[in-house]
Design a protein around this ligand. Structure first.
Ligand code: GLN
Length: 542
C-alpha cells in the first residue's frame, strides 16, 4: 500500500522545500523503495507555461509535455524518476476540472463548494502515487503556510491523514530558524507561529526540518520541540550547505531523517547506498580543472531562470572532475555595445545561448554566436540558441542580409526560422507549443553522433518556430551540417559546423534530461570541448 509524505513550508518562501523533497526522494529510493514526487502549487495559473521566468524561474518540461514548476527539475535530477502531467497540479488546474464537471452537470444539482468538491479534486490528484502503486508518494505543497491560496491544499492534507491513517502518512514541516546577530542566538518564534498556523488547520507536524545558518544546540531543539509539539528526535537540522545543493541529501542522511521516516512509516530499515553520489560530489570541492562557460541571456539576473542549464553543466563537470565557472553574460548589455561585456567573451572557454522568446537582447546573442563561430570557441545553442545560430550563419556566412526568425521580423526577406503551416493560426498562449519528447535521428559522422553514440534519441521540446527547410541546401554548401532530423525528415533538430572545434546547436532542450548520476552527453561533450579550448589557449599564451 502506498504511504504518503506531505511537505509544507513555513515563515518565508525560498527555504528549499523543493531540494528537501528531492533529497528525501533520493534517500528513500537509494534504500530500494519505489517513489514518486508531486508538487501542488497554490497559484491560479493552470500551468507554469505562461509564467514569466523573471518572476518565477524557469519552466520545466516533462517527457509528456507538461510545462511545470522548476522544482520538478530538482526531483528528476536528484532521484532519476521521470515525472509527468500528474506530477504538478495548480489551483487553476483543480478549479478548471471542477468547473468543467459542474458545467457538464456531473454534480447533480449540488452546491459546488471548496469543501468537499475542491478538496476532493485535490485528494484525487494526490492519490496519483497510489494509482502508480509506488511505496512512497512525496507531496510538496507550494507556497508558505498562512497564504490564503494554500488553505484548500492543507485542508486536503488533513483529510488524507484521516482517510489513509496515521501509519501511512507523515507530515514534515520545513521552517526557518534565523540567527539574530545582535542577540547572538537562533530564534524559534517564527517556527512556533508557523506550526501554530498549521495546527489551527488540524495538521500537527511529525517532523520539523529547520533551515539554519548555525547548528541547533540542545536547548534550541528542546524549545522547538516543546512549543511546536514535535518530539526532540524529530527536530532535524538542515544547515546551509557550503558548496552545492547536492550536499543536502548527505547532510539530511547524517541527521538520520530518512531512518526516522522509514521507522515512522513502519518500513524495514535498509541501508542507503550513496557511494556514487558522494563520488560525484567530491568533484565539486576537489576538481583539478576549471572551465569558464558564458551563458548569454536576458534573464541572467535571476538565478532560477536558467536553472536546468546551470545544473546540466554542473553534472557534466562533476563527472569530469571539472569545476564549471558560470559567467552570466547579459545579452542586452552586449547588444548595447558595452565594452566590458564584449571583453568578457574573450575570456570564455565555451559559450552557451539558452532558450528564449521575443526580440529583446537578441542582437547581443548574435554577437556572442558570431564571436564563437569566428574564433573557434566551443558553442552550444539550445532552442532559441539554435534558431539564432541559424540567423547569424545566414547573415554572416551566407550573405543573406537581414535574415531573421519570423518571430522577430515578420517581413524579413530570408525567414530562416519560421512557423510551420499548421501552427500559423494559434491564438491561445497556454500549452500550444511543440511540447515534450520527440524522436531525433542522429546522423553518422557528426559531433552529435560522437556524443550520443546512438542512432535515435528522444529529446524534450518547448517552442513554436522551426528551421525553414528552404535554406538547408544553401547552409550545407557553406559548411553547416544537419546532424539531427525528425524521423519524417521534415524538422531540423540539431545542426553543427564543419570547420569548427565544437559548434553544436539543438532545437530541443537537452538540459531537462541531465541528472546528477546521468549527465547529458551533449553537455558532457561541450564541457570537454571547453576544457580543450582552455588548454589550447594556455598553450598559445605560453
Ligand atoms: N522563441 C522560440 C520559439 O518559440 C524558441 C523557444 C525556446 O527557446 N524555448 O520557437
Amino acid at each position: 500500500m502506498t504511504k504518503f509524505i506531505f511537505i509544507t513550508g513555513g515563515v518565508i518562501s525560498s527555504l528549499g522545500k523543493g531540494i528537501t523533497s528531492a533529497s528525501l526522494g533520493l534517500l528513500l529510493k537509494s534504500r530500494g523503495y519505489s517513489i514518486t514526487i508531486q508538487k501542488l502549487d497554490p497559484y491560479i495559473n493552470v500551468d507554469a507555461g505562461t509564467m514569466n521566468p523573471f518572476q518565477h524561474g524557469e519552466v520545466f518540461v516533462t517527457e509528456d509535455g507538461a510545462e511545470t514548476d522548476l522544482d520538478l527539475g530538482h526531483y528528476e535530477r536528484f532521484t532519476g524518476e521521470l515525472l509527468n502531467k500528474e506530477s504538478n497540479y495548480t489551483t487553476g488546474r483543480i478549479y478548471e476540472e471542477v468547473i468543467r464537471k459542474e458545467r457538464a452537470g456531473e454534480y447533480l444539482g449540488q452546491t459546488v463548494q471548496v469543501i468537499p468538491h475542491i478538496t476532493n479534486a485535490i485528494k484525487k490528484a494526490m492519490r496519483y502515487a497510489a494509482r502508480k502503486n509506488v511505496d512512497i508518494g512525496i507531496i510538496e505543497i507550494g507556497g508558505t503556510v498562512g497564504d490564503i491560496e494554500s488553505l484548500p491544499f492543507l485542508e486536503a492534507v488533513r483529510q488524507m491523514r484521516l482517510e489513509h491513517g496515521r501509519e501511512n502518512t507523515v507530515f514534515l514541516h520545513l521552517t526557518l530558524v534565523p540567527y539574530i546577530r545582535t542577540a547572538g542566538e537562533l530564534k524559534t518564534k517564527p517556527s512556533q507561529h508557523s506550526v501554530g498556523k498549521l495546527r489551527e488547520i488540524g495538521i500537527q507536524p511529525d517532523f520539523l526540518v529547520c533551515r539554519c545558518s548555525r547548528p541547533l544546540n540542545d536547548s534550541i531543539i528542546s524549545k522547538l520541540s516543546l512549543f511546536c509539539n514535535v518530539p526532540e528526535t524529530n527536530v532535524i537540522e538542515e544547515r546551509d550547505v557550503e558548496h552545492s545543493i547536492y550536499e543536502v541529501p548527505i547532510a539530511l542522511a547524517e541527521k538520520k531523517l530518512d531512518d526516522k521516516i522509514i521507522e515512522r512509516l513502519g518500513f524495514q530499515a535498509s541501508k542507503a547506498d550513496l557511494t556514487e553520489w558522494k563520488k560525484r560530489l567530491g568533484a565539486i570541492t576537489s576538481a583539478e580543472n576549471t572551465v569558464k562557460i558564458g551563458v548569454v541571456g536576458k534573464y541572467i539576473a535571476l538565478a532560477d531562470s536558467y536553472k536546468s542549464i546551470y545544473e546540466a553543466l554542473t553534472h557534466s563537470g562533476m563527472a569530469q572532475n571539472t569545476r564549471i565557472e558560470i559567467r552570466k553574460v547579459d545579452s542586452e548589455l552586449l547588444e548595447k555595445g558595452d565594452e566590458a561585456v564584449r571583453k568578457q567573451l574573450g575570456d570564455l572557454d565555451g559559450i552557451l545561448v539558452p532558450g528564449g522568446f521575443g526580440a529583446r537582447g537578441i542582437d547581443g546573442k548574435l554577437v556572442a554566436i558570431r564571436f564563437a563561430r569566428e574564433n573557434g570557441v566551443p558553442y552550444f545553442g539550445i532552442c532559441y540558441g539554435m534558431q539564432l545560430a541559424a540567423v547569424e550563419f545566414a547573415r554572416n556566412a551566407c550573405g543573406l542580409k537581414d535574415a531573421n526568425s519570423s518571430e522577430i521580423d515578420k517581413n524579413t526577406p530570408y525567414p530562416v526560422i519560421h512557423l510551420m503551416e499548421e501552427q500559423e493560426d494559434v491564438s491561445e498562449k497556454g500549452g500550444t507549443m511543440r511540447l515534450g519528447s520527440y524522436p531525433c535521428w542522429v546522423q553518422n559522422g557528426t559531433k552529435g553522433q560522437e556524443a550520443y553514440r546512438e542512432a535515435v534519441v528522444m529529446e524534450r521540446h518547448r517552442h513554436r518556430f522551426e528551421f525553414n527547410n528552404e535554406y538547408r541546401r544553401k547552409f550545407s554548401r557553406k559548411g553547416m551540417k544537419f546532424s539531427g532530423i525528425s524521423p519524417d525528415k521534415k524538422l531540423v533538430e540539431m545542426v553543427e559546423l564543419k570547420d569548427h572545434p565544437w559548434f553544436v546547436a539543438v532545437q530541443f532542450h537537452p538540459e531537462f534530461k541531465s541528472q546528477v548520476l546521468k549527465p547529458h552527453p551533449l553537455f558532457s561533450e561541450f564541457v570537454r570541448a571547453a576544457s580543450e579550448c582552455k588548454s589550447r589557449k594556455c598553450k598559445e599564451d605560453a
